[in-house]
Design a protein around this ligand. Structure first.
Ligand SMILES: O=C(O)C(=O)C[C@]1(C(=O)O)C=C[C@@H](O)C=C1
Length: 372
C-alpha cells in the first residue's frame, strides 16, 4: 500500500469538502438573513431531521451510518453558530433602530430624554410605572429594549437597576450619559416666595440639596418620577406648588421656570443602560460588565483586581451590592474596557468563572465616549 498515494487522495477529497462546506455555510448565512427579516427562529428541528435522514440514505457502506450522522449533526451545529453570529453582529449595529423600546416614567423624564437621544429610529415607545415593569416587559417580549438609569455622577448608583439586571438575567447592550439639570418649575405666575410644597423624585431632591437647605420651610413630597411631579402641579394649577424637573418636562407640561439649574453639582450626569434579552456581539464593543462574588477569604477581592492589572485591562468601576440571604457577603459589579474576542479578556473571564462563587456576564457594548 502506498501511503503517499492514499494521502494524496484524501487531500483531493478534503479540497472538495472545503469548497462544498464553505458554500454550505454561505447559504446558511443567506438563510439566517431571511429568517431574521421574517422573524423565523434559526433552529428548525424538522428540517435538521430531514437533512440527516436524506443523507443517510445516500450511504452505500452502512458501516459508516453513525459517523455520517454525527458529521451532519456537527455541520448543522456550526451552521447555527455562524447564523447566530451574523444575526447578532448585524443586530448590534441596529440597536439604535429598535422597533419597540420602553422606559420608566413619562414624557419629559430624563429616561425619556436619554431614549430619544440614543435611539435614532423606532416604531413605538412604551411607558412603564416602575423599573421592574420595564424588565418584565423585555422578558415577555412586549418590547425589544428598555432604557434605565444606572448611575448618577453626584449621587451614585441607582441600586434598584443593578439588582434588577441580575434578577431578570438580561444583558446590557448599550449605554448613554446625559447631563441632568434640575429646575424649580411652577405654573404661570408662581413665585419662589409663595411656594409651600415641592414635588419630585427623591433623586431630584437629593441632587438639589443645597438649594433645598436654604428653603427648609418648604414641604417636600416624593413622586415616582420628576416628570410626573411636573404633570401633577400643572393639573393642580396652584401657585403654591412647585416641582423639581427637567426643561423637557417644563416644555412637555407647559410650566414655567421659577429657579433655573438648582442642582448642587453643576456637572451632574446620569448614565443610562440599554437592556435587552440577548447578548450582542460586535467588534465595535469596548466595554464589558460582569457580576462576581468573591470567596469569603483573605485577599479574595485583591486577587480579582490584580487579575485586571496582570492582563493589562483598564477597570472602569467596581460597585458592591449585598447578597440578600448571605449577611455581609457582596456581589461586585465590575465594568472594564475590552472586547470579548481579545485574548486578555478571554483569560480574565475564564479566571472569574473558575474562581468566583457567583459569576454573571452582563454584556459587551459600546462605551459612551462622554463618560470618562
Ligand atoms: O434550513 C434551514 O432552515 C437552515 O437554517 C439551515 C440549517 C442547516 O445548516 O442545514 C441550519 C439550522 C436549522 O436548524 C436547519 C438547517
Amino acid at each position: 500500500m502506498d501511503l503517499n498515494k492514499l494521502r494524496n487522495e484524501i487531500d483531493e477529497i478534503d479540497k472538495k469538502i472545503v469548497e462544498l462546506i464553505e458554500r454550505r455555510y454561505e447559504i446558511a448565512i443567506d438563510i439566517a438573513k431571511y429568517k431574521e427579516k421574517n422573524n423565523i427562529p434559526i433552529y428548525n428541528e424538522i428540517r435538521e431531521k430531514e437533512v440527516i435522514n436524506k443523507n443517510l440514505k445516500y450511504i452505500e457502506n452502512k458501516e459508516f451510518m453513525n459517523e455520517v450522522k454525527k458529521t451532519f449533526i456537527n455541520i448543522m451545529e456550526l451552521s447555527k453558530d455562524i447564523q447566530k453570529r451574523v444575526i447578532k453582529i448585524k443586530k448590534n449595529l441596529n440597536v439604535k433602530e429598535a422597533k419597540k423600546i420602553g422606559f420608566q416614567g413619562s414624557e419629559g423624564s430624563f429616561s425619556h430624554e436619554a431614549l430619544l437621544k440614543y435611539f435614532k429610529n423606532y416604531e413605538e415607545i412604551k411607558k412603564y410605572p416602575s423599573f421592574e415593569e420595564v424588565f418584565k416587559a423585555i422578558n415577555k417580549r412586549d418590547i425589544e429594549y428598555g432604557i434605565v438609569p444606572i448611575d448618577n455622577s453626584s449621587t451614585g448608583e441607582i441600586t434598584d437597576t443593578y439588582d434588577l439586571i441580575r434578577k431578570y438575567g438580561l444583558y446590557i447592550v448599550g449605554e448613554i450619559a446625559i447631563k441632568i439639570e434640575q429646575n424649580l418649575l411652577g405654573i404661570s405666575g408662581a413665585k419662589l416666595e409663595n411656594i409651600k410644597e415641592i414635588y419630585s423624585h427623591p433623586q431630584g431632591f437629593q441632587q438639589s440639596r443645597e438649594f433645598l437647605d436654604e428653603h427648609k420651610d418648604i414641604k417636600l413630597v416624593s413622586f415616582p418620577n420628576t416628570a410626573l411631579s411636573a404633570q401633577y402641579i400643572k393639573e393642580q394649577n396652584d401657585k403654591s406648588k412647585g416641582a423639581i424637573a427637567s426643561i423637557r418636562a417644563k416644555e412637555e407640561y407647559g410650566l414655567e421656570i421659577i429657579v433655573p439649574s438648582i442642582n448642587s453639582n453643576k456637572n451632574n450626569y446620569t448614565r443610562f443602560v440599554i437592556v435587552g434579552e440577548n447578548f450582542e456581539k460586535s467588534i465595535e464593543n469596548n466595554k464589558i460588565s460582569i457580576i462576581v462574588s468573591t470567596p469569603h477569604k483573605t485577599g479574595g477581592l485583591y486577587k480579582f483586581i490584580k487579575k485586571f492589572a496582570d492582563n493589562n485591562l483598564n477597570m472602569l468601576s467596581i460597585k458592591s451590592r449585598p447578597i440578600q440571604d448571605r449577611p455581609w457577603e457582596y456581589f461586585f459589579y465590575i465594568d472594564f474596557e475590552g472586547n470579548l474576542e481579545d485574548e486578555n479578556v478571554k483569560d480574565t473571564l475564564e479566571y472569574f468563572k473558575k474562581e468566583s462563587g457567583y459569576f454573571k456576564f452582563l454584556g459587551n457594548y459600546k462605551k459612551d465616549d462622554n463618560i470618562l
